[in-house]
Design a protein around this ligand. Structure first.
Ligand code: EPU
Length: 419
């Protein structure tokens, strides 16, 4: 199994070009199932989860081709299988996103029920209940969701709590439904907005995009279009966090700063100088004092759970005490025990981490437990004295494109041991 080795050099410096967003690309890839003619997607990141999504689509008979610019052409005109098998879903929960499109376009879908995962139990009850409200008949048999419907019907659906992929699945179901669907308490994440814009570009009629009430007037069919995926705000935030922990200066390019407002506010609160242009963000932490921040994760536009682990490392190194409360997932502090092995002083009580800043961390062999936890261990490794070896690096490959190359470009020594 591959490992990442991080040799601390203390500082990083330079520009990092940000890739397309994983969590926007995944639903957009699945939404291609709705199109009767080919879609061409650009800025899709080269990641394990994208490969898995393409495998899911290909297993249904979708034709997938890459051009010389790595744009992906997806032709879902001839779907032969309306099923996402356990073997694929178990490696990527986002496979559940085929349920809405298959049901809407073909009136049938068989999708393995995703199990729990390292960060929580993560039920999909709202995906299922919403589609039932739209008239689908849904049974769970032998671990599979088996759904059938005539043409889906518009419905008034309120989601509680706010769910990102739940909103996305119901949005994709609603675009071909008969009549109007109201999705209330909808997620407002930029990735949900990107999916909605893509669906509208294909001919859907969605209004209220970016607000917590989406109104969808169903249409008869959708046609493929070219579409460019938004930049990955969490990848950007992670490289900016590298500048903070190493008290250095980093610029991320090809980003949309408006997607990171809550995160940039927290970078300023820890003492960084933050500057933005239309598509870059610079965080300068040189010769500045690192201050701890209290934070609570919440749905967008508030502070994202996907940046919680990175800020835990920042607070672990800041001078003073702080708390981080995780309200989205019940088990998203698995990185804490690994950070403690590197010398951090953190105590978790319920959903809150209590952090006392330490002067420095020490390199150690550590275990990645999920994607963002892995990112936090790399950040810790950048400042730790000595070598840090991150095991189970496949988690990182699910969400960070060319991670060694990008860190190398800003002067960090992060390399892979294969085997
Ligand atoms: N929930 C329910 N019932 C449902 C759906 C969700 O109770 O039917 C609960 C969940 O258990 C959780 C909360 O609602 O407590 C929010 O979960 P949500 O459905 O929003 O999460 P998700 O859609 O499964 C996406 C991202 C995650 C990101 C979260 C929160 C994708 C593919 N995944 O997950 O990304 O952390 O939203 O923003 O978009 C990552 O990239 O590392 C990652 C985990």
């Amino acid at each position: 199994m591959d490992k990442l080795v991080i040799d601390s050099r203390g500082h990083v410096h330079g520009d990092v070009e940000i890739s397309g967003s994983k969590n926007a690309a995944l639903p957009i890839l699945m939404a291609c199932l709705l199109a009767e003619t080919p879609v061409t997607l650009s800025n899709v990141p080269h990641l394990k989860d994208v490969t898995t999504s393409i495998q899911v689509l290909a297993s249904m008979g979708v034709q997938v081709m890459f051009d010389e610019h790595l744009n992906i052409e997806i032709d879902a005109s001839n779907i032969t299988v309306k099923e996402a098998a356990y073997e694929l879903v178990k490696t990527m929960r986002a496979s559940i996103l085929v349920l809405g499109p298959l049901l809407a376009r073909f009136g049938e879908a068989k999708v393995s029920l995703p199990g729990g995962c390292a960060i929580g139990s993560r039920p999909v009850n709202m995906h299922i209940e919403g589609m039932q409200k739209m008239g689908a008949k849904i049974d769970v048999e032998q671990g599979y969701i088996i759904a059938t419907a005539g043409r889906l019907k518009g419905a008034d659906i309120t989601m509680e709590p706010v769910t990102v992929t739940g909103t996305e699945n119901l949005l994709m179901a609603a675009v071909l439904a008969e009549g109007t669907t109201y999705l209330r308490n909808a997620a407002r994440e930029p990735e949900v907005v990107d999916l909605a814009e893509f669906l509208n570009a294909m001919g859907a009629k969605i209004s209220g995009i970016g607000t917590s009430t989406l109104v969808v007037d169903g249409v008869e069919s959708l046609k493929g279009v070219p579409y460019r995926v938004i930049p990955d705000r969490i990848e950007a935030g992670t490289y900016l966090a590298a500048a903070v922990v190493t008290q250095s200066k980093v610029t991320v390019t090809k980003v949309d700063p408006s997607h990171l407002t809550a995160v940039l506010e927290k970078f300023e609160e820890v003492g960084a100088l933050v500057t933005t242009t239309a598509d870059t963000i610079t965080v300068d932490m040189r010769d500045r004092e690192l201050k701890p921040v209290n934070l609570i994760t919440d749905p967008y536009p508030l502070f994202p759970t996907d940046m919680q682990a990175q800020f835990l490392v920042i607070n672990a190194l800041a001078d003073g005490e702080s708390t981080i409360q995780e309200t989205i997932f019940e088990n998203r502090f698995m990185h804490v025990s690994e950070l403690i092995r590197m010398g951090a002083d953190i105590r978790v009580e319920g959903n809150t981490a209590h952090i006392k800043g330490v002067k420095g961390l020490k390199g150690a062999p550590v275990m990645a437990t999920d994607l963002r936890a892995s990112a936090s261990l790399i950040l810790a490794g950048l400042v730790a004295e000595g070598e840090t070896v991150v095991n189970r690096v496949y988690h990182i490959d699910r969400g960070y494109e060319l991670i060694e190359e990008k860190f190398h470009k800003i002067g960090a020594h992060v390399y892979r041991l294969t085997g």
